[in-house]
Design a protein around this ligand. Structure first.
Ligand code: TYD
Length: 205
């Protein structure tokens, strides 16, 4: 049995990743594929602590402390969920992966290249990444009722700039300023094309 396929969805808050990850997983499951849908921050103890922290009133941890927590959460995710599923030949769709750390903790002033290297030392490289592109102001409109927009805007602009600068041939940039159904159709077509190439001999050893 060959190794499974790892797909990551990335983008700023409000870009629609979570909806798209769910729609994609559902379509692939309906086609009879063995899909594991997962997310970061995870639902494990460190992931829950991170979500609680990120929803809190202040961001009081230092950038390095944040980085450390995201790396700890991801180590658990890789060890307990991602690697076992890939070893069983399953397809894994993750709603955020290490490019989120590169972009979000990079936007706090840490070096994006160093963050990437720290992650690639332990986390399997994805076979395909969809980077959902949408103007930050439009993404924030979608979230308006949930979060403090004025504080988030400049931060997310920096996050988006780091995402945009990523030079990685596995990353496919997709226009996300469109309807959910149109975006889903694009992502499904592209995923099936990538899977065909993978299963037709492009499979990792
Ligand atoms: P998000 O996907 O927006 O979760 P939800 O929509 O369920 O609240 O992720 C939560 C936040 O975590 C988001 O603002 C981005 C941030 N984040 C990082 O800063 N670094 C990371 O490595 C990851 C995975 C997420």
């Amino acid at each position: 049995m060959g190794r499974g396929f790892l797909l990551a969805l990335e983008g700023v808050d409000g870009s629609g990743k979570t909806t798209q990850a769910q729609l994609l997983a559902l379509s692939l499951l309906q086609q009879g594929r063995d899909v594991v849908l997962t997310q970061e921050p995870t639902t494990g103890p460190v992931g829950q602590k991170l979500r609680h922290y990120l929803q809190g009133p202040t961001r009081h941890l230092s950038p390095l402390e944040e980085l450390d927590l995201f790396l700890t959460d991801r180590r658990e995710h890789v060890e307990m969920v991602i690697n076992p599923a890939l070893a069983e030949g399953r397809m894994v769709i993750t709603d955020r992966y290490y490019y989120s750390t590169v972009a979000y903790q990079g936007a706090l002033g840490l070096d994006p290249g160093e963050i990437l290297a720290a992650n690639e030392a332990f986390a399997p490289q994805p076979d395909l990444v969809f980077l959902l592109l949408i103007p930050v102001a439009q993404a924030l409109e979608r979230l308006q009722r949930k979060r403090q927009v004025s504080e988030l805007l400049p931060y997310l602009e920096r996050v988006a700039a780091i995402y945009e600068a990523l030079a990685d041939q596995r990353i496919q940039r997709v226009d996300a300023a469109t309807s959910s159904q149109a975006l889903h159709a694009t992502l499904l077509t592209r995923t099936l094309a990538a899977l065909e190439g993978f299963e037709g001999g492009g499979r990792r050893s």
